[in-house]
Design a protein around this ligand. Sequence first.
Ligand SMILES: Cc1ncc(COP(=O)(O)O)c(C=O)c1O
Length: 460
Amino acid sequence: MRKMKKYCYGFCVLSSIIINILFAIYLYLGGRGSGGGSTGGGECALSWSEKAAAEAEAVAAISCSDHGRAYLDGSTNSEGRPVCECYACYVGSDCSQLSRGCAADANSGDPIFLEPFWMQHATNSAILVSGLHRMSYRYNDNLYMSVELENHIRKLHSIVGNAITKDRYIVFGIGSSQLLNAAVYALSSRNSSSPSNVLASIPFYSMYKAQTVLFNSKNFRFGGDTKAWQLNNSTNNMDVVEFVTSPNNPDGELKNSVLGGKTIYDHAYYWPHFTPIPAPSDHDLMIFTLSKLTGHAGARFGWAVIKDKDVYEKILTYIVVADLGISKDTQLRVLKLLKVALEEDGKPFFKFAYNKMKDRWDTLTSIFSKSTRFSIQHIHPLHCNFFNQTRLPSPAYAWVMPRFSSSGHLADLVQSSTLLAPPLFCSPPLQSFSEPPCPPPHHCRLINISKGERERAIDA
Ligand SMILES: Cc1ncc(COP(=O)(O)O)c(C=O)c1O
């Protein structure tokens, strides 16, 4: 019996030693393998990032009643501490008070609707930028663009199935806005005696005209609406650059070129949350933006997918001469965001975004179906290769049209409501989308309601 006890004792001591050795090995390897992700669980201790991480978490933890947010680079109090910046319609030190008679801005294209997704994915999407991060103008391989980010963009298009990127060049821009004009510059003629005409089909995104007029080049000028142009000009020898916005802002339609010449496909909204994706786009020059994909308009990041080498080189020259490339901090952040969006082949991200847009569309449809004075655009189902089902689009904007009555009545009605949307086409000084003046009131399209706002603005 005593012998038995002795063996038992020995066995226990030996097991304990083995377990301790294994545990020590586990801690040692676990700490090294984590890459220093956190201080807990035996992983390697943080050094320079700890203070920044604590600062970022502290400011994110400031309570603004879900109606505002405090930022590290935002407003501060008299002691220099960050304070809440309240969303539209909310006031007070913690943004808890609803301001009376507040108008929701239905005319802004700010895509904040994905904020809840990024709140849920705060851990995976956070980045920490040290003071030493990529101080050079260039990456190691002498490029202005991160190759890793470019590869992720190609992967994204291949998973979503919305654009062919194989054997295509990619150029990054400061938002797609910068690339829109870079593309006009690249496609417009240099040798012709008269400037190329930049055209778009009414109703079109106002920036095309604004940029073309502002940059006032001898190589291009704004020529207006494609159909009007076609009526007044011979289709031979046309020196035109046509913007094709698909899906279109403001009416959400999937568009094709009218003139069939040099085209810039603006695919800002060609993502599964706004439209079914029937096929990958394969045009010579396509422009995309992070703003409408993940909602990070503030990051200012867009990209062009280009077939022709000469056009690619011209666009790249424009970006380099205008800005010496794109912020490396932005590229790091975009890479992180895309990695999250690509998790599980993009299914959770696009499902979330689609459901949000669909719910908002359903709400608007139900409101406008009861109206005897206004209607919104009709939408049609299509097969979406990404979701592998036939479904309706959920456009970024509602394109509101009067059913009848005079435009004067409608303008009054909009201004007295809680929507801060100017009557765009009935009042030339406020015009934002190009549309002919609207003498027959039945054809006068009125307002463009952005569905990308925060929940409260949409409720209003
Ligand atoms: C059709 C279209 N293209 C481009 C842009 C500009 O996007 P970014 O934020 O990338 O400059 C917008 C913004 O509203 C848009 O509606």
